[in-house]
Design a protein around this ligand. Structure first.
Ligand code: 5PN
Ligand code: ZN
Ligand code: ZN
Length: 268
């Protein structure tokens, strides 16, 4: 059986204030942070976890986040570095539907799509304080229609080819690839644990903990639906990393990201 490989697709960067990254703690001031997607080459298929942000969407709706994204940092561009095209991806999983995790979904009408069972409904009808987070609706004809934003849909995106299979709780996506239910940041947030034949596991916190500092201090981002659940999810991740002897990797931590393998380098 072929060994599992994990590639990180660099998706560019954004800026937030320190009080958004570190809720009620700060310090304030601009923090530029990375956005990336996770490609898993597995004996059971090619799985893409998240699809980054769409530059034009961010410039139109959240220009204050100052996006920087080269052509190689778009989803098609990052796949091309690996000699791949969107059609080569069989399964797309979204950790949640904040705009910086679903912006490239539009390139995968052919793929099987998976998310938490409550996440599409949340994008269709977000809490008032979640509206900006769930602002890119190009991933789902259903959500775009529910929010009156069908202008965001790429021609060819239909209810049928943007449908999601809903899951709940911890789920083994493929052998040794575990989706870890970590609600709080989003109603249906997932983290990801990947086991390998020849190296220690990697636990991707995704947005349950933006940075190493977030997890260390149990201090989540200011964007969340249930902060108490968010703290419990961070404790769950700490315990899981300990149990598996896993290396922790964070979703939006520039200092750590600079040490991560990207492009043609991989884990596995
Ligand atoms: C990067 C970023 N910026 C704004 C929001 C938001 O309003 O909810 C989630 C989120 C983000 O991840
Ligand atoms: Zn998020
Ligand atoms: Zn995020």
């Amino acid at each position: 059986m072929a060994d599992t490989k994990v590639f990180l697709l660099d998706g560019g960067s954004l800026v937030l204030d320190g009080f958004h990254v570190y809720w009620n703690r700060g310090p304030g001031g601009e923090i530029r942070f990375p956005v990336y997607s996770i490609l898993i080459e597995h004996a059971e298929g090619r799985f893409l976890i998240d699809t980054g942000y769409d530059y034009d969407h961010v410039m139109k709706v959240l220009a204050f986040e100052k996006p920087i994204q080269t052509p190689e940092q778009t989803i098609p561009g990052a796949l091309k570095l690996l000699g791949l095209e969107p059609k080569d991806i069989g399964v797309v999983v979204n950790s949640h539907f904040h705009f910086d995790h679903c912006g490239g979904n539009k390139y995968f009408p052919h793929a099987k799509k998976i998310c938490h069972a409550k996440e599409v409904a949340q994008a269709c009808n977000p809490e008032p304080f979640e509206v900006l987070g769930y602002s890119d609706l190009s991933f789902s004809a259903e959500a775009a229609e529910a929010r009156g934003k069908t202008d965001q849909l790429l021609p060819g995106t239909t209810a049928a080819n943007s449908r999601f299979e809903g899951i709940d709780g911890d789920v083994e996506l493929a052998k040794g690839v575990h989706l870890i239910y970590t609600p709080g940041h989003a109603i249906g947030n997932y983290s990801l644990l990947v086991e390998f034949g020849g190296r220690k596991p990697i636990l991707f916190t995704i947005d349950a903990a933006y940075t190493e500092q977030s997890l260390k201090t149990l201090n989540q981002a200011s964007f969340h639906i249930d902060p108490v659940a968010g703290v419990a999810s961070m404790r769950k991740l700490k315990a899981l990393a300990e149990k598996h002897g896993a290396e922790l990797m964070y979703s939006h931590d520039m200092e750590n990201f600079k040490t991560y393998k990207t492009g043609i380098q991989f884990y596995g």
